[in-house]
Write a protein that binds this ligand. Structure first.
Ligand code: ASP
Length: 347
């Protein structure tokens, strides 16, 4: 792309960044996208062509649905050859889910897909939206000396940090640095300059490979967060429900669960019935190792597979995509322990 103007497609889905107060309701509601670019005249100073497209209707990201991830992925696929990078404006509440989903839906990505948003609407004087948007555009258009994208990954840029999308979690509902990546270093930090941690950034095996997009998502996944005081009825409902094909069990510490007979019996029955059971820790940092404690070992013996150091958001998205690709649960279970997009560390 040397010698020509970079081009970015800005996709606006909704979220606080583009919201304003509804005088009647007093609550924040999305407003027309064209005003966002008016609010950020700084973008015109970049030698970058920025085109935009807005979802209709614009949503609070609590309303995001897998069908919208499919729309996003298809939009990126359809405009892939026209743009050097993509910036998705998205509400923060479910941004980590959407970033995870896109990371698995888009295979052999050679261009940046940066999700960003803000904690304060862009029209508010102290907004963090301008900085997030401007830096995201800069990152999405950044290339190395050979003209290749510096960050050919699905990422979240927020509060000065560029994070791998499927490693990020929303940590704060108040702070401008709302996202963290507890188990993987930031891919870049924006200060006076944007400093890229190039050794942590994934690169395609082949820069000439074409983008592959998975749009079949199987959402028959339940998430069971363990807590003291669970009853057999509730656990049975989650693990043996006819409507679920997979269950993410959010366990304690390094992947531990009660070793009570009734609990393990239900886990075993569920696993033997063919369901995919994945162990993800409730801890923000670290991961699952079911060989440390006897309680973890019993869970493993009962048929639960390890989600290693993956987040719940990314494990959910990985399941949706893998289960959409195949009906064979054994293939899905095996793929869960493979590092597909930098979402887990294998050790
Ligand atoms: N509720 C908003 C959303 O996720 C919050 C935000 O954007 O920060 O759409």
């Amino acid at each position: 792309m040397k010698g020509r103007k970079a081009s970015i497609l800005l996709i606006y889905t909704g979220g606080t960044i583009g919201m304003k107060q509804d005088p009647q309701k007093g609550a924040l509601v999305p407003f027309d996208f064209s005003q966002i670019l008016d609010q950020v005249p700084e973008l015109a100073k970049f030698a970058i062509r920025i085109d935009s497209v807005a979802f209709d209707p614009l949503i609070d990201s609590s309303d995001i649905e897998p069908s919208m991830w499919i729309r996003l992925a298809e939009l990126i696929r359809d405009r892939y050859d026209t743009y050097d990078g993509f910036v998705v404006l998205h509400g923060t509440d479910t941004m980590a889910y959407s970033a995870s989903a896109l990371s698995f839906m888009l295979k052999d990505l050679t261009k940046p897909v940066i999700l960003t948003g803000s904690q304060l609407p862009i029209g508010v004087p102290r907004t963090d939206g301008k900085e997030n948007l401007i830096s995201s555009v800069e990152i999405a258009s950044a290339t190395d000396s050979e003209g290749r994208a510096i960050v050919p990954e699905v990422c979240i840029f927020f509060g000065s940090l560029l994070l791998r999308g499927n490693r990020a979690v929303k940590e704060s509902s108040e702070a401008f640095s709302a996202f963290i990546s507890p188990n993987y270093p930031p891919l870049a930090e924006a200060g006076i300059n944007i400093r890229y941690n190039t050794s942590f950034i994934r690169r395609p095996a082949d820069w000439d490979s074409s983008l592959k997009v998975s749009t079949a998502l199987d959402t028959r996944v339940a998430v069971l967060k363990l807590h003291p005081g669970m009853t057999p009825e509730i656990v049975r409902h989650f693990l043996l429900g006819k409507e679920t094909r997979a269950v993410i069990i959010e366990t304690y510490g390094s992947g531990n669960a009660p070793a009570k007979d009734w609990f393990l019996d239900i886990v075993r029955e569920s696993s033997e019935s063919g369901k995919i059971l994945v162990n993800v820790t409730q801890c923000l940092k670290g991961g699952v190792d079911m060989d440390i404690y006897d309680n973890g070992r019993k869970l493993k013996e009962a048929g639960v597979v390890s989600g290693l150091d993956g987040t719940t958001e990314s494990t959910l998205a990985k399941l949706f995509v893998l289960m959409g690709i195949t009906q064979d649960n054994t293939i899905v279970k095996n793929a869960l322990s493979q590092n597909l997009r930098g979402e887990i560390l294998l050790s």
